[in-house]
Design a protein around this ligand. Structure first.
Ligand code: BG6
Length: 503
């Protein structure tokens, strides 16, 4: 017998996916390839269309040609007939997504497609545009009535909002308020692509579809937890956004706190949006809030300087194009968090992320407590047992524990049991965007963020942002590109046996 999420074997309703920002990078690199793969796997109904909206002056044919090139570049060599068949479902509306006239034209086009392609008035709007444009899009959709559901000729209407969701607590609350002026909460899908990653979803399966790990998943057995998202890339061509944002906003507020919630939450009673999101919110509510005065002790930031990555010399952050002179934006951030509840009292959670680090590796490491009494004399060899969940690359799970090294003496050494996704299951793992877009078309918000979760996550980080943004704040430590971050990050550990896991 096999189990699947309730939505997994359903087919989405006939529908139109509208992408605002259709000439952008995300559409080419991720969204259209994701739709392609869904289509190839037969996960989309025949009455599905994709409508791109952007300012670039093109017609349907021009858009289809661009997407053909994107598929060849980001999916690979494809059969031309299959691509033609796929592209026949793509349409384009040219116009500024901020302007009312564009939305009026979009509405007319969607009404035509409802008839020609039988999309039945079901619309999903994907906002792949800079955050300042979301609000205008939402307002305009409301003005032309595209947010409405039910009634004559209308099906459902959903909106997917990309990150960043706000710049701080105040702007996130304002964004939620503006969305709620037009859309009801059940229509809003705040995307966090980390939640769509196979291994992140597997954390729940690992924990809750086996009875052997859950009994250990608490303060009695776990010494501490580490969550790392290390990247080797620098700021690339995104300094315009990144320099205003920094690692805490870019990665911790969303991706890493989401992973922390999946690790720390109580088992929900079922795998549906309400139950899962309620449990995740409870975790955020139980995280001990820091005061501005405690930030120096519990948070560390850093900025990369020039260094060596593999055999490549790379420049420092301040020399990247579009980075402000003397910018203090952090490209590395690490926090120590504690969760005030029965399960996790006294178990620190360390999260860290950074650009231009030594290796690309996202992982969760749970370090187990040492045995209470050791009967072997060679206790200096005793390594703490760890469970590592590798989110990427080389997705998998390893358990490291002590074993006896063969020989006449009792000598201990670490040994490893390893589960590797690719070797076990083979084939291609779906990209996060495939899972998430399909879920939205199915009306399943389990892997999307709720408004409360977003606001609470910002609330938790505000003291850190305030302390780091204060004019009296101390300098931002630097670290050489190609290292594991600033040495100050080691000082977050308050016990000698705790240190950052080597990934
Ligand atoms: C994005 C951040 O949300 O996630 C980027 O804005 C980061 O700065 C990216 O590089 C990392 O995602 P992934 O899937 O490559 O780990």
């Amino acid at each position: 017998m096999s189990y699947s999420r309730p939505a997994a074997d359903r087919m989405p309703d006939p529908s139109a996916l509208v992408i605002f920002g259709a000439s952008g990078d995300l559409t080419r690199r991720k969204l259209v390839p994701a739709i392609w793969h869904l289509d190839q796997q037969g996960r989309l109904p025949p009455e599905f269309v994709l409508v791109g909206v952007a300012r670039s002056d093109m017609d349907d044919a021009g858009f289809r040609q661009q997407m053909r090139e994107a598929l060849h570049e980001f999916v690979g060599q494809l059969d031309d007939r299959q691509v033609d068949f796929f592209l026949d479902r793509l349409f384009y509306v040219c116009g500024d997504p901020k302007e009312a006239a564009t939305h009026q034209r979009l509405k007319e086009r969607l009404a035509q497609l409802d008839v020609q392609r039988r999309t039945r008035g079901n619309y999903c709007f994907y906002c792949s545009v800079p955050p300042q444009v979301y609000l205008k899009i939402v307002e305009r959709l409301g003005q032309v009535g595209l947010h409405q559901e039910g009634g004559e000729g209308k099906g459902w209407s959903r909106i997917i909002v990309e990150k960043p969701f706000g710049h701080d607590l105040e702007t996130a609350v304002e964004l939620n308020r503006s969305l709620h002026r037009v859309f009801a909460e059940h229509q809003i899908y705040r995307i966090d692509h980390y939640l769509g990653k196979e291994t992140v979803q597997n954390i729940l399966v690992f924990r809750l579809a086996n009875s052997i790990f859950e009994p250990l998943w608490n303060r009695r057995y776990i010494d501490h937890v580490q969550i790392t998202a290390a990247e080797t890339v620098g700021v690339e061509h995104r300094a315009g956004y990144y320099d205003q944002s920094g690692a805490l906003r870019d990665m911790i507020q969303n991706h890493l706190l989401q992973v922390l919630c999946v690790i720390a939450m109580e088992p929900p009673s079922s795998f549906d949006a309400d139950s899962v999101r309620t449990e995740k919110l409870k975790v955020l509510k139980a995280i001990h809030p820091l005061s501005v005065g405690q930030v120096d002790q519990h948070a560390v930031r850093g900025q990369y300087r020039a260094g060596q990555l593999g055999d490549q010399e790379v420049r420092g952050y301040l020399d990247e194009p579009d980075v402000a002179l003397r910018s203090r934006t952090e490209t590395f951030a690490a926090l120590q968090l504690t969760i005030d509840n029965w399960r996790w009292q006294g178990v620190p959670f360390y999260v860290r992320t950074g650009k231009r680090l030594k290796r690309r590796a996202s992982a969760v490491t749970l370090q187990f407590r040492q045995p209470p009494h050791l009967i072997f004399s060679s206790d200096e060899d005793l390594q703490p047992s760890t469970l590592t969940i590798r989110i990427q690359p080389e997705e998998g799970i390893s358990l490291t524990f002590n074993g006896k090294i063969p020989g006449p003496d009792v000598k201990l050494g670490p040994v490893k049991m390893d589960f590797d996704y690719a070797t076990t299951f083979g084939g291609r793992s779906p990209e996060a965007y495939e899972t998430l877009i399909l879920d939205c078309l199915l009306g399943d918000a389990t892997l999307y963020s709720s408004s409360d979760w977003i606001e609470r996550s910002w609330e938790l980080l505000m003291p850190v942002l305030e302390a780091w943004g204060a004019s009296s704040a101390t300098r931002v430590p630097s670290y050489p590109a190609g290292s594991w971050g600033p040495k100050e990050a080691d000082q977050l550990f308050d016990r000698e046996w705790r240190r950052w896991a080597e990934l």
